[in-house]
Design a protein around this ligand. Sequence first.
Ligand code: M6R
Length: 607
Amino acid sequence: MCGIVGYAGNNEAVPVLLDGLSKLEYRGYDSAGVCISGKDGIVVKKSKGRLSSLAEKIKSEGGTEGKVGIGHTRWATHGAPSDINSHPHRYGKVTVVHNGIIENYAELRSSLTKLGEKFSSETDTEVVAHLINKYYIDDPISAIACACGRIKGSYALGIIFDDIPDKIYATRCDSPLIVGIGDGENYIASDIPAILGRTRNYYLIEEGEIAEISKDGIRVCNFDGIPVTKEVQTAEWDIEAAEKGGYEHFMLKEIHEQPKTIKATVDPRMINSVEGILKDEIIDTSSIKRIKIVACGSAMHAGLLGKNAIERLARIPVDVYIASEFRYCNPIFEEGSIVIIISQSGETADSLSSLRLAKKKGIPTYAIVNVVGSSIAREADHVIYTWAGPEIAVATTKAYTAQVAVLYLLALRLANDKRTINKDEAVSIFNAFSSLPDHIEKTFSYTERMQKLASLNSNINNLFFIGRGQDYSLCHEGSLKLKEISYIHSEAYAAGELKHGTISLITDGVPVIAVITEKDVAEKTISNIKEVKTRGAFVILIADRNCVDEKNVSDICDELILLDSTAPLLMPIICAVLLQLYAYYTAVYRGCDVDKPRNLAKSVTVE
Ligand code: M6R
């Protein structure tokens, strides 16, 4: 949540900062601001609303010439979105932008107030400017270190001192921060896309480090001022990956990238045989007796599908936890447990804390992560990367399916190692992975159908997704996708559970999306469809054509989509793409801001 950028170079800072912020807007977009150090001294411009409002303000007011600056795009935590609460925050000689939460800000604020200091905003961040200023005489490193010593919480900070106009300073704790290395110009940023148009080379700033950035160089030291030698990282993502590439929205582009991202994630792990799956990431599976999957949102939903697959194929018990619950539930770790954290960003605060909790208990940790070098990737004992590339739309699509694919590979490897499936079944699933990108590609031929369905249902208030087993797990994701971008209330229900209460909500015309990809339970779900149909539901059935008899099901649903079969295990990935398209077009018909849904941010780096 919140994105920060900084620039020191030979060019005007404002366009560079605005461009960088535009790439970070997915992290928060309720207000934005910049601080420029230039010919008019230190100038702060900030504005409630989208980045475009800030750009307008700068254009109309001027006064922002300068080649050094910091910028911020906000997701409000403390204090409503307003001009005054927007970052940067300035006090005395110090101006800061901040991503994170200062947990003890109230206490700090009250003690600073007692010393006579006046606060102008309701934010937690403002205390940081006050604190650094309090400790600053002429040594910025020691002032930052002293201030950080008093702060509890998470932060990535960009800082400018009035009397050091050619430099920016940066530090972090539990919030991401990189320093971009350019030619005669250098940068800070919360995430790689912000600098990708200008450089691929960067340093990862670790906790307890402070970076001093000018156009001529970057110096990194610890809180005692002792220099730290950093290793240059190189971003593999190409710039196009972080652009819309002709699509109306990032989400649509990312949906369409899935054949490619699944291939990129699966192929390198499928080089020889089932035995070789994930062998670079997981050496020995023999000690794994129990798995706890911990994640948030869609990543947790991927975990639910992982549980279905691992339990079915490998017969290893799997518990799936919401990270914000796991970290406070005093979990019981049975012997032979491992913890798998799933996270696209690798920065989600609750997931990161859950990882740390498991590590503290001495439990082996695995992370399924999309962002290379992110905190979760760095701290886990073992990392399995999803190679989905940068995901910009707040609603995840390609990262989710890549996470599911990785979990399925893991299930197959575990099952093979434990001999819980026979060779033929293992080989047949193994082979099916290679045609998965083609199956996904084929779902795009349903685009018009999904558009039509979305337009039919775009005025509804409620919708239900029903399924059994893996289809129920998938329904959770279908429902979240629809809710978060179209603002239609929806629920995922185990098809057999409806009649225990929720069926009372089914009245004439209430849409129900049913999913059937498992033959064993197909007839059961069909009975449940009949139950809602007789109560007036508008039923859309998405099914594997192998699981149902078209003649029998056409009468019990209003819309029928029959997908070509592949290994049943893989069908949820294919169906997920259809549900993503449905959510996308529904949001478009309702005029919603698809890529930046209200109140949300892509990367939830606060509790
Ligand atoms: O970066 P992470 O995968 O850890 O994020 C977890 C959730 O915040 C995320 O999946 C969220 O639910 C998505 N926006 C849903 O589309």
